[in-house]
Design a protein around this ligand. Structure first.
Ligand code: AGP
Length: 615
């Protein structure tokens, strides 16, 4: 949940640390800090700031006093788990001598007994974090004669939990030691420098020669040198990462914020994601699945696992799979699936859906599905992410890096890719009616044009949204393919505008929640033309009869719907199975407008982090 950066041998250490931390801020921004080996004094210099979204700005000021002759250096941006987001809990943490510094992303499960042991042996801990035990354990190993890399290896042997760490020591001013288990970490080198980072974007300013550390691997990074070993000290061949995008793509590109940039990149994200996977003539190609067509044809159940917006994409996918492939499908929130002792049907295909490929709930649910006998596929936006590496097969959305904490383009790309998967399953299972494969794949290969049409109406959506800028109570309703859209619309509004927004199946309102409907409540309903349109509109009447103001996502030109509601967010018509990809767009603009009207930071909403690597 935190971001790590480390640099050694590069000419402008402070600028690299700050730029890296800024790129990693999406992983958390409760505090930020750096530790720098000072070649002139032979000591270690540390600065930390805990000013929420202003932490990196403050740190930049503090860096004016940084050592003039810096050696190996590490930095961290934090999303608090253990201990409040204060300066004393900010990373890097120091050992008792002040000569070893460590940053960590993850959670040390057994930190309490480890801390009790350290306290008993006389260590002075100065934070409430789980992380700090690590640096004192390393200190003990160093005191017994180990070098930094040996010390880290020995320390990690007694640690339970998830971690990516980077450690520096005053006595070894060129060296950064990095290690990981579950949480991600990238290392890289040039002829004269070395880099450690939580993601590729933060490392790219230094080099494109990047390697993904594997589970329980420990890297020693020096200027121009990299050694990777396992926890027993056996050398491991580091795995090179192919980087296909530039750091420029991760910048705002002229938009006021990442969210609007990413909303506008959605047509491209859909196009790129479907490229080469379907064509208008009924061909579907999902070779990267690594699961042969014969095996896929024999699948008896599909189990989607995901969290948040990815879960909403999975809900839409469940319907697409049942519609086209005629095989039973479920979508479950990963954090529940994991602890439910799930019993999976024979020949289950488990599909873990995750933008980051790191969400720890989804990762563990995926592992649980595998233990229960399923074949496992990861659908993720991050090449070489932990889920991508662990799954039997992987399908990448090609949305490019998503920096805004709220998922937009990655969610839409997931929807499109999962629909392609459903169609592919339908083809290999022979479950599609004659002509349907050609018709559906032709429709999907032009889906990006419909998304472009919807995104192009952004200003119109914002104007409608402004009328409701100060409303505090929203309901989002939908049925069938409209329900995941309603859920996603409500989630966006909650996370960005901090407004109460509840999503419900439209037909379920009369079983209880309708008692909350009164004048002043705004009901947003997905009312595009499907076989259920009349039923949806009957539900709309029930809301209006109780005084609600109704805003409908409706097909462009649908006058009949427009007459029955108070405001319309018009979208181009696409067939129902594909419709979430288009219908969610106005709801993104709705949330964006309300968030901005309230002065909220749309890229970094409070209390959230882009990548949730804690349970
Ligand atoms: C969506 O806007 C949220 N940021 C959040 O719900 C997110 O979708 C969830 O945390 C899952 O993340 P993942 O797709 O990276 O697994």
């Amino acid at each position: 949940m935190c971001g790590i950066i480390g640099t050694t041998g590069a000419p402008d250490t402070c600028a690299l640390l700050v730029a890296g931390l800024e790129l990693l801020e999406y992983r958390g921004y409760d505090s930020a800090g750096v530790a720098i080996c000072d070649r002139a004094t032979g000591g270690l210099w540390r600065a930390r700031a805990a000013e929420h979204a202003g932490s990196i700005g403050r740190l930049r000021t503090l860096l004016a006093d940084a050592p003039r002759d810096p050696g190996a250096s590490i930095g961290h941006t934090r999303w608090a788990t253990h201990g409040r987001p204060t300066e004393e809990n900010a990373h890097p943490h120091l050992d008792c001598t002040g000569r070893i510094a460590l940053v960590h992303n993850g959670i040390i499960g057994n930190y309490r007994p480890l801390a009790a042991g350290l306290d008993a042996r006389g260590h002075k801990r100065s934070s409430q974090t789980d992380t700090e035990v690590l640096v004192h354990l390393v200190e003990e190993e160093v005191a017994s004669g180990a070098d930094l890399a040996q010390a880290v290896r020995r320390c990690l042997a007694v640690v339970r939990g998830d971690f990516a760490i980077a450690v520096v020591r005053a006595e070894e001013p060129d060296v950064i030691v990095a290690a990981r288990r579950t949480s991600p970490l990238i290392v890289g080198i040039t002829a004269s420098a070395g880099i450690v980072a939580s993601d590729v974007a933060a490392a790219l300013a230094t080099t494109r020669e990047l390697y993904a550390l594997g589970e329980d691997e420990v890297a020693t990074v020096r200027p121009g040198g990299l050694e990777v070993v396992d926890l027993t000290g056996r050398p491991v061949e580091p795995r090179r990462i192919e980087v296909s995008w530039s750091v420029q793509r991760a910048m705002k590109g002229g938009y006021p914020d990442f969210m609007s940039k990413e909303i506008h990149e959605q047509p491209q994200a859909v196009r790129d994601t479907l490229l080469g996977r379907l064509d208008g003539s009924g061909c579907t190609e999902l070779d990267e699945l690594e699961i042969g067509e014969r095996e896929l044809a024999g699948i008896e159940r599909v189990q989607f696992l995901a969290c948040g917006s990815s879960f909403h994409a999975a809900l839409a996918a469940r319907q697409a799979v049942e519609h086209w492939a005629r095989v039973g499908a479920d979508a479950e929130v990963a954090s529940e699936f994991r602890y439910r002792e799930p019993v999976l049907a024979h020949r289950t295909l488990a599909v873990a859906v995750s933008q980051s490929g790191e969400t720890v709930d989804t990762l563990h649910a995926m592992r649980e599905a595998r233990r229960a006998g399923a074949r496992v596929v990861a659908v993720t936006n991050v090449v070489d992410s932990v889920m991508a590496r662990e799954a039997d097969g992987v399908l990448y959305t090609r949305a490019g890096p998503e920096i805004g904490v709220a998922s937009t383009k990655s969610h839409i790309a997931q929807l499109a890719l999962l629909q392609a998967l459903a169609l592919h399953l339908g083809r290999v299972r022979g479950s599609l009616p004659a002509g349907e494969l050609e018709r559906a794949s032709a429709a999907m290969s032009t889906l990006h044009l419909a998304v472009a049409d919807a995104v192009g109406r952004g200003e119109e959506y914002c104007r409608v949204a402004e009328r409701f800028a100060h409303v505090e109570d929203f309901y989002f309703l939908g049925r069938r393919a409209g329900l995941p859209v309603a859920l996603e619309g409500a989630l966006k509004l909650k996370e960005l505008a901090y407004v109460r927004a509840e999503a419900y199946p439209a037909g379920e309102m009369k079983h209880g929640p309708i008692s909350l409907i009164e004048p002043g409540v705004v009901v947003v309903v997905v009312a595009t033309r499907t076989a259920l349109w009349e039923k949806v509109m009957a539900n709309v009447e029930e809301m209006r009869a109780r005084g609600a103001t109704v805003v409908a996502v409706a097909d462009d030109g649908d006058e009949e719907t427009a007459e029955l509601v108070d405001a319309v967010l018009a979208v181009p018509h696409v067939e129902e199975v594909c419709s979430p990809v288009v219908n969610v767009v106005p709801l993104q603009f709705l949330a964006y407008t309300l968030a901005r009207a309230r002065g909220n930071d749309v890229d970094r909403p409070r209390n959230l982090a882009k990548v949730v690597t804690v349970e």
